[in-house]
Design a binder for this molecule. Structure first.
Ligand SMILES: [Zn+2]
Length: 196
């Protein structure tokens, strides 16, 4: 089932999410819905707060990045198969130089900005079977994880921008929260005005 994606301005996107237990109701159905919602909106990642749930789960499939000719073949190969569910993740280390990448977000359509993040992370998480994993990631795989991880911490990519950039996109963000945009996947807008 495709669930509507919550737009910029919703309080659930600004809240730190809670860990879940193995007994979380209908977990496999939730994960299935998250995949379906992510693919329907052509995203490479989706976090639970984006469908209105304040829980620490996100899904990632970076396959669309793998066809980028600019990438070196080894990274392209990693991205082609980087498809995972992250439950109760914890980034335990971020290291390396800051690098910039043009990010977008399904909750903030039509806005893309360069964001600086560290190049390498160590993350601990549970998979769908609640098996614990520790992984070291870098490049675009780390980048997408950092973006989705921010969501469960209540942080959006726009929070990383300079105050000048924030001022420049303020009106755009306000119109997104009001639903004054056209988007080709189902969304829920927190400040949508009721039609008379
Ligand atoms: Zn996002």
């Amino acid at each position: 089932m495709i669930r509507p994606i919550v737009a910029y301005g919703a309080t659930v996107l600004k809240k730190k999410s809670e860990n879940i237990s193995k007994e979380y109701p209908n977990l496999s159905k939730l994960i299935e819905d998250m995949w379906e919602t992510m693919y329907a909106s052509k995203g490479v990642g989706l976090a639970a707060p984006q469908i209105g749930l304040s829980v620490r789960i996100f899904v990632i499939d970076t396959k669309p990045f793998a066809s980028d000719d600019e990438l070196d073949p080894a990274e392209a190969k990693t991205l082609e198969f980087f498809k995972k569910v992250f439950i109760n993740p914890q980034i335990i280390k971020e290291e390396g130089d800051l690098w910039s990448f043009n990010e977008g977000c399904l909750s903030i359509p039509e806005v893309r900005e360069d964001v600086n993040r560290k190049e390498k992370i160590t993350i601990q998480y549970r998979d769908e079977q609640f098996k614990l994993h520790t992984e070291i990631l870098d490049g675009l795989a780390a980048r997408v994880v950092q973006h989705e991880y921010d969501h469960i911490e209540g942080v959006l990519f726009t929070d990383h921008l300079s105050s000048l950039k924030k001022r420049l996109i303020k009106n755009k963000l306000t119109s997104i929260s009001k639903g004054l945009i056209t988007v080709d996947y189902p969304m829920r807008f927190p400040n949508k005005l009721r039609r008379k």
